[in-house]
Ligand binder design. Structure first.
Ligand SMILES: C[S@@+](CC[C@H](N)C(=O)[O-])C[C@H]1O[C@@H](n2cnc3c(N)ncnc32)[C@H](O)[C@@H]1O
Length: 223
């Protein structure tokens, strides 16, 4: 927590919310205008920059998981006055399972932002499975994901079978029904220019997202 006071420059990590990417922020605002989310769940709080943005933008409860004590402490200090923000010092997989077990989220569409990567132990596949298993109206955004036709978007690769690509998602037992990518080229995006993907399964939500200006539909793995 001391880092928060000693290092004020760390308060806007990764250049701001969503890695400082203005188009991604617009995408999120449009998504919220189409889908009546009842809660937001983030994995990988880090310093709480995007967590705070979620709270300011949506006004719905925001749950965020961080496994590293030092990052958790910083985020706690950053968000100590933010009502409706629930921070957990917990592995994302255990945390999602616990949220489901205690029925912590209201029923309805939930926005999941999966950003708990940065090391060889990649929780992403299990995070996607847990979200769709317990919250059928989940809409998932994965950060640091390869945009297949735009190599200017950066993505994470942790070695064989652990690159954040459509092939990684396709290897799962139940691939998502619908997949979207940003409707903006990397050259017109700002900030860190990290790629992302959006996933959904619910038949009522898919047409709402299809109408978005900031997303474009992509054939799902196996489609
Ligand atoms: C890229 S940073 C997240 C950035 C943050 N979402 C933002 O937008 O500012 C990734 C964070 O995920 C955390 N992390 C990695 N694996 C995790 C796991 N299994 N569960 C929870 N947090 C994890 C790391 O400690 C790190 O703080």
């Amino acid at each position: 927590m001391l880092d928060y006071w000693r290092q004020p420059g760390w308060r806007a990590s990764w250049g701001g919310p969503f890695n400082g990417q203005v188009f991604r922020q617009q995408l999120f605002v449009e998504l919220c205008s189409r889908v009546p989310f009842v809660a937001v769940v983030e994995t990988g709080t880090y310093r709480g920059t995007t967590t705070m943005y979620f709270r300011r933008t949506t006004r719905v409860p925001v749950h965020s998981f961080e496994s590293k004590p030092r990052h958790y402490g910083f985020a706690r200090a950053h968000l100590w006055r933010a009502r409706g923000v629930y921070l957990y010092r917990e592995d994302s997989r255990a945390g999602l399972a616990r949220l489901a077990a205690v029925e912590a989220l209201p029923s309805g569409p939930v926005f999941f932002y999966f950003d708990a990567h940065g090391q060889a132990d990649l929780p992403l596949s299990e995070e996607v499975d847990l979200a769709f298993a317990h919250w059928p109206q989940a809409v998932i955004m994965i950060d640091d994901f390869a945009v297949p036709d735009d190599p200017g978007y950066a993505f994470d690769d942790y070695g064989p079978g652990k690159a954040l690509t459509l092939a990684y998602l396709g290897r799962r037992a139940a691939p998502p029904v619908a997949v979207w990518f940003p409707a903006c080229t990397s050259s017109t995006e700002t900030g860190e220019r990290r790629g992302c993907v959006v996933l959904a399964r619910d038949a009522a939500l898919v047409p709402l997202i299809d109408r978005m200006r900031t997303l474009r539909r992509w054939p799902a793995p196996g489609e």
